[in-house]
Design a protein around this ligand. Structure first.
Ligand SMILES: Nc1ncnc2c1ncn2[C@@H]1O[C@H](COP(=O)(O)OP(=O)(O)OP(=O)(O)O)[C@@H](O)[C@H]1O
Ligand SMILES: O=C(O)C1=C[C@@H](O)[C@@H](O)[C@H](O)C1
Length: 304
C-alpha cells in the first residue's frame, strides 16, 4: 500500500542526532560487513553461565564502561528471530551503556496507530516491510541508541544500508528455544508464526509445529542473519537441552564482551594499517598514469 508513510516519533532523541559517525564506522569502512558473523560465545572462555554469585550486574557495568568508550557513540542494532530476546536483552544493553532503547516494531505500531497483526491483516506483509524500511531509514542518523529490529528486517537488502550505520549483532538461538518461547507468549502478536498454529490444529502438537515453522524461516533467513557483524549465542551451555537458553543477563554479558573484543581488534587493525601506509611512486605506475600531489584539507594542492 503506497499511502503509508511513517513519521517516527524519535524527536526526543534530537540531542543525539548526528549526521556524522566516527570515520571508521562509516558504512563503507565497516570491517567484515559481508563476512559471516563470528561466533563469540566460546564455551571455554570465562563467560558466566548464570548469576549465581550475584556479581554479574557489576561485571556488566564494568564491561559496559569500556565498550561505551570504544563505541564512540556508534549505535547497536540487534537482529534475530522472533523470541530471540532482542527487546529483553536490548533494554539491558541500553541500560548498561546508558543508550536509549528503541524497538522498530513498537515504533511502527505507535506511528501507524495500529498493531502489527492489524497491518498484516489489512495491507499484507509487503506493506509492513515497507514501514519497517522507513523506520530503519529514519533511525539511521541517530547515534548512541540500541535498536531491536523486527525478526524479518534482515531480509530486505536495502535495510542493510541502514543497519550498517551501527554495529549489527545477531542473537542466535536454536529453533527449539525460540519455539518454546513463542508457544509461551502465544502467536497473537506474531503473524509470521500464525501458520505454525494452523499446522498444530491439523494434528501435530503446537510446540512441534512451531519448531518446524521456525526451522523453515531460519532456512530462508539464516544467511541474512549471518551478515551481522557479531553473533551471540543464546545457548544455555554445553549439555543443556536445546529448548533452554541462557538468562538474559548472561546474554547481555556475552554481547558486551563480544562487542568489546571486536572493537579492540578493529582498533588494532586500524593502527596496523596506518603504520603500514605505503607511498605510490611514479616508477610503479603504468605509462599514462602519473602521481598527483595530495590535496590538503582546504582543497588546495600543496606547493610543489
Ligand atoms: N534470556 C532469556 N531467558 C528467558 N526468557 C527470555 C530471555 N530472553 C527473552 N525471553 C522471553 O522470551 C520472550 C521473547 O523475548 P523478546 O520479546 O525480548 O524477543 P524479541 O526478539 O524482541 O521478539 P520479537 O521480535 O518477536 O518481538 C519473552 O517472553 C521474554 O520474556
Ligand atoms: O520475523 C518476522 O518476520 C517478524 C517479526 C516481528 O518482530 C515483527 O516485525 C513482525 O511480526 C514480523
Amino acid at each position: 500500500m503506497s499511502f503509508w508513510t511513517l513519521e517516527v516519533p524519535v524527536v526526543d532523541l534530537a540531542g543525539q542526532q548526528s549526521s556524522r559517525l566516527p570515520d571508521h564506522w562509516q558504512a563503507s569502512a565497516l570491517p567484515n560487513s559481508h563476512e559471516a558473523a563470528q561466533t563469540v560465545y566460546d564455551e571455554n572462555a570465562q563467560a558466566p553461565k548464570s548469576d549465581e554469585n550475584g556479581e554479574l550486574g557489576q561485571r556488566i557495568e564494568a564491561l559496559a564502561g569500556e565498550v561505551k568508550e570504544r563505541l564512540e557513540g556508534t549505535s547497536v542494532y540487534l537482529v534475530g528471530m522472533m523470541g530471540s530476546g532482542k527487546s529483553t536483552v536490548g533494554k539491558m544493553v541500553g541500560g548498561a551503556l546508558n543508550y536509549p532503547f528503541l524497538d522498530t516494531d513498537s515504533l511502527i505500531e505507535s506511528s501507524a496507530k495500529c498493531s502489527i497483526p492489524e497491518i498484516f491483516a489489512s495491507d499484507g506483509e509487503d506493506a509492513f516491510r515497507e514501514l519497517e524500511t522507513q523506520v530503519l531509514q529514519q533511525l539511521m542518523p541517530h547515534k548512541e541508541v540500541v535498536v531491536a529490529t523486527g525478526g524479518g528486517a534482515v531480509v530486505r537488502a536495502v535495510n542493510w544500508g541502514y543497519l550498517h550505520h551501527g554495529i549489527v549483532v545477531w542473537l542466535d538461538g536454536p529453533p527449539e528455544l525460540l519455539a518454546r518461547r513463542a508457544v509461551g507468549d502465544g502467536t497473537a502478536k506474531r503473524p509470521m508464526l500464525a501458520q505454525g498454529g494452523a499446522a498444530a490444529q491439523e494434528g501435530g502438537g503446537e510446540y512441534e509445529a512451531m519448531v518446524a515453522r521456525i526451522q523453515c524461516l531460519l532456512q530462508q533467513r539464516g544467511e541474512r542473519y549471518a551478515a551481522a557483524d557479531l553473533r551471540v549465542s543464546l545457548a544455555a551451555g554445553p549439555g543443556a537441552a536445546p529448548d533452554t537458553g541462557a538468562p538474559a543477563a548472561v546474554v547481555t554479558w556475552r554481547l558486551l564482551h563480544a562487542l568489546n573484543e571486536r572493537l579492540k581488534a578493529d582498533a588494532a587493525e586500524r593502527k596496523a594499517a596506518s603504520e603500514a601506509e605505503i607511498t605510490i611512486t611514479q616508477e610503479g605506475l603504468p605509462p599514462g598514469m602519473r602521481v598527483v600531489p595530495p590535496v590538503d584539507r582546504e582543497g588546495a594542492a600543496p606547493a610543489a
